[in-house]
Design a protein. Structure first.
Length: 195
């Protein structure tokens, strides 16, 4: 799918920026982890296998993450390591384990019933058709009202939030997408032009 079409996918799936609700403690965010610095520091190894999710579940997690933040001129969620971030967060919380396992099972069941395939094997348009009504329902609910929501709506809301949190605290999300330069000194501050 072309870059502009992928950006349209974001509009269909929902504005990511409005979903960041930090549904877990802030110390779980990638940007809050202690990262080594200096020339002699070893780069932490990138995980190669999920801790909590099965291989099939993880394939679906990757597909979902890239639907929410697809690759364009900058890396998408999967390339930024968001699926491993979600695996890390979910693996450390019993309530998330239950919600994500049941939510992924529901998604696979719907995919099999309507298309005879696993979710990650469907084309993007079909994936979006399955998710769009859930995203709309999730976006209409405030965080406090999620208790009465259906399993699939709670799952989609949590997944979107974790994807956004993981992506925008990752190096590709923070530096490449948002343009964060960090630890730089401005020679002068630009004027605020109101116009």
């Amino acid at each position: 799918m072309a870059g502009s079409d992928r950006r349209e996918t974001l509009k269909i799936i929902g504005a990511v920026g409005t979903t960041c609700a930090f549904p877990f403690s802030a110390d779980e965010l990638y940007g809050q982890h202690v990262h080594p610095s200096g020339d002699s520091a070893a780069v932490p190894p990138t995980p190669t296998r999920p801790v909590f999710f099965t291989d099939n579940e993880f394939d679906t997690v990757k597909a979902l993450a890239d639907l929410i933040i697809p690759p364009t001129e900058t890396p998408g969620a999967a390339q930024a390591g968001v699926p491993f971030y979600i695996d890390y967060v979910v693996s450390s919380n019993e309530a998330w384990k239950k919600l994500f396992r049941e939510g992924l099972a529901w998604l696979e069941e719907q995919s099999a019933i309507s298309n005879g395939k696993r979710f990650h094997n469907l084309d993007e348009e079909t994936q979006i058709a399955i998710l769009a009504p859930l995203v709309k329902a999730a976006d209409r609910r405030k965080a406090a009202a999620m208790q009465g929501a259906s399993l699939e709506v709670r799952f989609v809301k949590a997944f979107k939030s974790m994807t956004a949190d993981g992506y925008f605290t990752s190096k590709p999300g923070l530096v490449e997408t948002l343009g964060y330069r960090g630890n730089t000194v401005l020679g002068e501050f630009p004027n605020c032009e109101i116009g």
